[in-house]
Design a protein around this ligand. Structure first.
Ligand code: ATP
Ligand code: MG
Length: 511
C-alpha cells in the first residue's frame, strides 16, 4: 500500500493523441499543499496535461484521481466545481468585455437576474488590488491592455476563487521580478492552506524559488520527478532536451555603425511620454520596464500600430515622421514582432507556411505572378529547422501548435522579410531554453548583418545577455540608458521603479 499522503491529483497511464501521440503513459502526482513544477521543451505536452486536468481536453487512455477518488471532468465547469482552476498560457480574456466582467465571467454577481454593477466593481477592485493593479479601472475594456496586465488579471481571477488545485501555465511569461515575487507570495499562502499548485514555466530560476518538486516531460513522456532543490539547471535542460544544449553566450560584435532608427520626443496619451532614443546599425538595444510602463505601447507607437500624438520617428537617413499605419512603417524598412501572437500576429486556422510567408509573398512570385510553392515550402522548412520548430510539416495549421512553437512561426515570418529596423516585443515569451538560444543567435545574426534591433523583454537576464545597451522605461518615460558593463540587475530594477512612486500618487487624483 502507498504509505504517503493521498495525492490531490493523480494520473495513471495517461495518454492523448492527435495525429500523433502527444502524451504517453504519464503517471503524475501532485500532493496536497505541494507546488509542483512541470517543465519540458515546446510541444512536450505540458499544456495538454494541464488541460486534461481542468476538463478542457479528454484523455484517450489512462485514469485520473482527485483526492483518492476517480475523477473524470466532463468540462471546465465540472473541474471548477471540483475546485480545479487554471490560468492559461494563451490569454483567454475577452477583449471587448471590461476587466471586471472578465474577472467574474462565470459567476457575475446578480440581483434578480440583473448583473449587480456596484458589487461587480467592488469585487473586481479587491481582486485587482491583490495583484498590484489597484489603480486599474475595472470598467476598462481588456482589449486596450498589454499582455502583462492581462496576465495579472487572469491571475487575479484565479486567486479570487476558492480552489483545491491551481494550475498556472506559464503565468509569468510577461512579468518582471517584483510582480513575480508578488505572485509567489500568493502561491506560498495557498500552499500553507493546503492548496496544490501545478506550475508550468520555462524559467528555471523561478522553479528553484517556488517549487517543491519538478516533473519533466519530454515528447509526451514523464521522464523524471525530483525535489526542486536537487535538480541543477543544467541537468533539467538535459532532461528536457534529451541532450546537451549549447550555451547562450555569443562572441562580441563589432562597434555599431550609423544611426538607423531615431525616435524623437514620441508621445501617446499618458502611456508614452516624450521618449527619445537612437538605435544604430549592428546594435541590439534593450528596453526594460515593469508591466504597465509603456514598453509595448512605445513599440506600437513607433510602428504606427497606434497613432502617436507628438514627436517623430526617423528611419535610415529619412526625415522624421509619424507612421499612420504598420503598412507605412514596413514600407520604410521597419519590422515588428508583436507580443500578442493571437491577436496581432497569427492566422490560427491557416498553415504554418502561409503564416510564415504572408509578409513577403513577393519573394516567391515567379515571372507571371504565380507563386513558387516549392521555394516557399523550402524556405519555411529552413526557417523552421533553424529554430527547431515542432510540427508535422509546413501545412499544419498554426492552431494545432504548442504556444512556444506558435511564437517561432511568428519570428520566422519577420526574419524572412528584409528590414533595416526590427522591433521585438518579448521575442522569447513562452519559448523553451533550447529554442531561446536559437532566437538569441538569430538576433545576434541580424545585428551582425547591420540591422538595428530594439528588444522589449521582461527577463532582465535576457536583455543583459543580448544587448549592447538597455534603456529603462518607467511610467511611460525613458528614465535611463545603460551601456553594457554599466548595468546590473539592481540598477535596472531601481530605474524601473524611478517614475512609479510619483505616478501612483498622481493617479489617485485623476478622474
Ligand atoms: N488541437 C490540437 N491538434 C493537433 N495537435 C495538437 C493540438 N493541441 C496540441 N497539439 C500538439 O500536441 C503537442 C503538445 O502540445 P502542448 O501544447 O501540450 O505543448 P507544451 O508542452 O505546452 O508546449 P509549449 O511550451 O510550447 O507551451 C504539440 O506537438 C502540439 O502541436
Ligand atoms: Mg504550453
Amino acid at each position: 500500500m502507498n504509505p504517503g499522503p493521498i495525492p490531490r491529483v493523480r494520473t495513471a497511464g495517461l495518454g492523448k493523441s492527435y495525429a500523433v501521440p502527444v502524451l504517453c503513459g504519464v503517471d503524475f502526482q501532485c500532493l496536497p499543499g505541494e507546488v509542483h513544477a512541470l517543465i519540458g521543451a515546446n510541444g512536450a505536452g505540458k499544456s495538454t496535461l494541464a488541460k486534461i486536468l481542468c476538463g478542457l481536453v479528454r484523455a484517450d487512455a489512462g485514469t485520473l484521481e482527485l483526492d483518492g477518488r476517480p475523477y473524470a471532468p466532463s468540462g471546465k465547469r465540472d473541474a471548477e466545481a471540483a475546485g480545479i482552476h487554471i490560468v492559461h498560457q494563451e490569454l483567454n480574456l475577452i477583449g471587448t468585455l471590461s476587466v471586471a466582467e472578465n474577472l467574474f465571467l462565470a459567476g457575475l454577481p446578480r440581483r434578480m437576474g440583473i448583473v449587480d454593477r456596484t458589487r461587480l466593481r467592488g469585487a473586481a477592485r479587491e481582486a485587482l488590488a491583490r495583484v498590484d493593479l489597484g489603480n486599474l479601472d475595472p470598467d476598462t475594456p481588456v482589449g486596450a491592455l498589454g499582455v502583462g496586465v492581462r496576465q495579472q488579471i487572469e491571475i487575479a481571477g484565479a486567486l479570487a476563487r476558492h480552489c483545491r488545485l491551481l494550475i498556472l501555465d506559464e503565468p509569468t511569461a510577461a512579468l518582471m521580478d517584483p510582480q513575480i515575487e508578488r505572485l509567489f507570495g500568493h502561491i506560498r499562502r495557498l500552499r500553507a492552506d493546503g492548496v496544490s499548485t501545478i506550475y508550468v514555466s520555462h524559467r528555471m530560476d523561478e522553479i528553484r524559488r517556488i517549487a517543491d518538486r519538478v516533473s519533466v516531460l519530454r515528447d509526451g513522456r514523464l521522464v523524471a520527478t525530483r525535489p526542486a532543490a536537487d535538480l541543477a539547471p543544467d541537468e533539467a535542460v538535459r532532461l528536457m532536451a534529451g541532450r546537451d544544449v549549447e550555451s547562450r553566450a555569443t562572441a562580441p560584435r563589432a562597434a555599431p555603425g550609423p544611426v538607423r532608427l531615431r525616435v524623437d520626443g514620441l508621445s501617446r496619451g499618458a502611456t508614452v511620454r516624450d521618449v527619445s532614443f537612437e538605435a544604430r546599425a549592428g546594435e541590439i538595444l534593450g528596453i526594460a520596464g515593469l508591466v504597465g510602463s509603456g514598453r509595448t505601447e512605445l513599440l506600437r507607437a513607433i510602428f504606427g500600430a497606434d497613432r502617436a500624438d507628438a514627436g517623430g520617428v526617423a528611419v535610415g537617413g529619412a526625415p522624421p515622421r509619424r507612421f499612420r499605419s504598420p503598412r507605412e512603417a514596413v514600407a520604410a524598412g521597419v519590422a515588428m514582432i508583436p507580443e500578442d501572437r493571437k491577436e496581432h500576429g497569427l492566422l490560427l486556422p491557416r498553415p504554418i507556411r502561409v503564416n510564415a510567408t504572408i509578409a513577403h509573398l513577393a519573394a516567391f512570385r515567379r515571372r507571371g505572378g504565380l507563386l513558387d510553392r516549392r521555394a516557399e515550402t523550402r524556405a519555411v522548412e529552413r526557417a523552421g529547422a533553424a529554430m527547431d520548430l515542432r510540427s508535422s510539416g509546413p501545412e499544419q495549421p498554426v492552431a494545432e501548435l504548442s504556444g512556444g512553437n506558435q511564437q517561432k512561426v511568428l519570428i520566422a515570418r519577420w526574419l524572412m522579410r528584409d528590414a533595416e529596423v526590427y522591433l521585438f516585443d518579448e521575442p522569447t515569451r513562452g519559448i523553451d531554453v533550447a529554442a531561446k538560444a536559437a532566437v538569441y543567435r538569430l538576433l545576434d545574426d541580424l545585428a551582425r548583418r547591420g540591422k538595428a534591433c530594439v528588444v522589449v523583454s521582461s527577463e532582465m537576464e535576457e536583455l543583459m545577455t543580448l544587448c549592447d545597451r538597455i534603456a529603462v522605461l518607467s511610467a511611460g518615460r525613458l528614465v535611463r540608458t545603460f551601456e553594457r558593463g554599466a548595468w546590473s540587475h539592481e540598477r535596472l530594477l531601481a530605474a524601473a521603479f524611478e517614475g512609479v512612486a510619483g505616478t501612483a500618487a498622481n493617479r489617485g487624483t485623476e478622474p
